[in-house]
Design a binder for this molecule. Structure first.
Ligand code: CTP
Ligand code: MG
Length: 580
């Protein structure tokens, strides 16, 4: 199944590689023949000169076989690393199209193992198994062809040896293979614990929770180690057993030979001796072939699990599928409408119930409500991070499900609740995403100015080229928020979505920012989620969400009169006088 992802050239190379394996086996099997000829010459009292032609040809065969092996290895590693590279980028592209729900379904830890460890398994399989899987059967068939019918004693000894080896391999398949299969899933667990621990390091320290975390990690780690150890121990018992069989077989050849030779008369003795040499060589090749087959019977199931895990991702149909509409109707710009929208995460209870409202072009619509009431869930439906379960969301009069995703996203400037920054400079973070090459340094400065970030950005070492480290850890929460706001401003979208984006700012900066936004982005629809009544008071319209339901929709004044939930929130934050 994974072979589907090979290119034409790689397939051709694979065929060439098979030809090389064929050549190698053929050459290797010529060697015992020459050995037998040399033995014949020696036993008939020939001179070194008589041996020379055989010896040269034997050496030539050996070198050609080596050459074929080398060429083979080069080809295989070329094909295998090419495939691994392609699988990784296919996985990366697919994961980019995943909705948040899709990522939760697989879990981030598993997605990481699947694009690293699992692909390495496939690469290993391709490197080792393609050679062995073709070589071993060839060796067996060829070997049998060479020795069959030339003395039943030798053949019987070989057959007994092979049966023993097959028995040992069966043991391997039953004992070791299931463990190897399990190891991939256990690796996911270790990855999850590690990444969770790294992300939460400071909290862990602050609460002296190291021991607790350690136990959680140890559990995952021990389970993986235990399984790996069991597999390795079983192999370390079974593998030498196979070599023991191989050696006992050689020994039995010599014992058989000794008995038969001493019972025979002179000219027959020489024939028997030469037979013994040839037979023991071919029999060894056959036994080695079976041992090789045993090795790959361990690798194949492991790689098969990996291949299934990788193709599960590559072939996954994301929840959120692209629509066709690439342009909104003429004349409508920046309009957002929810019509009877209900939404829930997976099979849980409804988080949003029958929400309907409309934000017109240029309007500022604020959303307020207690924590966990569904504000983030609501705004996440606009850029289709999730899809509504019932009802529809419209942007510029078109159902968001009908848009091409890139078109939909280019209309929206989204500022998440938790600012997300990327490694790079401040400019890189502000001038981000499609269309960034069309924007200038001035656009960046303007965006940062509106976001009230000019002062701190210019104070940074390097200013706009100052570096932002991974996840922006070298910046304060409020600084990160402002860069994240500037990113949305810089893109000049039709609709802004600010999900509680002002929460880390002090009151003055919050007010200045809102004033600047009103001045500079007039005409752009703004949806702003906030906790502070002060932040939402002057919005054109305020939506009050309570437990997933829309319980108020109006201006501050209207809601103070008619919406008890809003009144309660407002009074808990500001005095009566401040609220008018
Ligand atoms: N929820 C969930 N699965 C998620 C995210 C949220 O089940 N992946 C649930 C939460 O348990 C919560 C509800 O959805 O009860 C609403 O969450 P959210 O929309 O994030 O609430 P907000 O109103 O944004 O809360 P806050 O003010 O704290 O940001
Ligand atoms: Mg929220």
């Amino acid at each position: 199944m994974i072979f589907r992802y090979l290119t034409r050239t790689e397939r051709i190379l694979l065929v060439l590689m098979l030809a090389l394996v064929f050549a190698q086996v053929y050459l290797e099997f010529e060697i015992p023949g020459y050995m037998s000829s040399i033995t014949d010459v020696l036993t008939s009292y020939g001179t070194p000169d008589d041996i020379a032609p055989y010896a040269w040809r034997m050496m030539l065969c050996a070198f050609l076989a080596l050459g074929a092996l080398l060429a083979n290895r080069l080809l295989v590693s070329y094909v295998a690393s090419g495939l691994a590279c392609r699988l990784r980028s296919l996985e990366f592209d697919k994961v980019q199209s995943f909705s948040s729900a899709d990522i939760n379904r697989f879990s981030a830890a598993s997605l990481i193992t699947r694009s690293t460890n699992d692909i390495t398994q496939i690469q290993n399989l391709l490197t080792i198994a393609t050679v062995v899987a073709t070589k071993a059967p060839l060796m067996v068939v060829w070997g049998l062809y060479k020795i069959l019918g030339r003395g039943w004693e030798w053949t019987l000894a070989t057959a007994i040896g092979v049966v023993l080896i097959i028995l040992i391999e069966m043991l391997m398949i039953f004992i070791v293979v299931p463990k190897y299969r399990k190891m991939q899933w256990l690796t996911d667990n270790v990855n999850r614990e590690t990444s969770e621990h790294l992300a939460g390091m400071r909290v862990v320290r602050a609460y002296n929770a190291e021991a607790y975390q350690r136990r959680k990690f140890d559990k995952a780690n021990d389970e993986l180690t235990g399984t790996a150890l069991f597999a390795a121990r079983s192999l370390s018992v079974l593998n030498p057993m196979m070599f023991a069989v191989q050696n006992i077989l050689t020994l039995s050849f010599y014992i058989l030979g000794a008995v038969m030779i001493s019972a025979a008369s002179m000219p027959d003795r020489l024939v028997l001796f030469s037979d013994m040499i040839v037979f023991s060589s071919y029999a060894m090749l056959i036994v080695v072939a079976f041992i090789l087959l045993g090795d790959i019977t361990v690798i194949i199931p492991r790689a098969a699990v990996a291949a299934r895990r990788v193709s599960e991702i590559i072939e996954y149909e994301p929840d959120i599928r692209d629509g066709e509409v690439s342009e909104s109707p003429e004349g409508i710009r920046g309009e957002v409408e929810f019509r009877n929208v209900s939404f829930r995460y997976g099979d849980g209870g409804y988080v949003l119930k029958d929400i309907s409202f409309k934000a017109m072009e240029g309007e500022t619509v604020a959303i307020i409500g207690s924590t966990g009431c569904g504000k983030t869930s609501l705004v996440n439906l606009i850029p289709r991070f999730y899809d509504a379960d019932e009802g529809s969301v419209f942007v510029d009069g078109v159902d968001v499900k009908d848009y091409r995703l890139d078109v939909l996203h280019s209309k929206i400037g989204y500022v998440p609740q938790r600012a997300t920054l990327f490694t790079g400079s401040v400019s890189d973070n502000v001038n981000f995403g499609a269309g960034s090459s069309d924007r200038t340094e001035d656009d960046v400065r303007r965006a940062v100015a509106i976001a009230q970030g000019t002062e701190f950005v210019e104070a940074l070492e390097g200013g706009y080229d100052g570096s932002v480290s991974e996840k922006g850890v070298n910046l304060s929460g409020g600084q990160k928020q402002r860069i994240s706001i500037a990113r949305a401003l810089c893109a000049r979208p039709e609709i802004f979505i600010f999900d509680d984006s002002f929460s880390a700012l002090d009151y003055r900066t919050d007010r200045d920012l809102r004033d600047a936004l009103r001045r500079e982005t007039a005409g752009t629809t703004t949806i702003v989620v906030a906790q502070r009544v002060g932040t939402v008071m002057d919005a054109d319209r305020i939506l009050v969400i309570d437990n997933g339901e829309l319980v108020g929709n109006g201006t501050h004044r209207e809601l103070m009169e008619g919406c008890p939930v809003y009144r309660e929130i407002a009074l808990s934050q500001l005095s009566e006088e401040e609220l008018v």
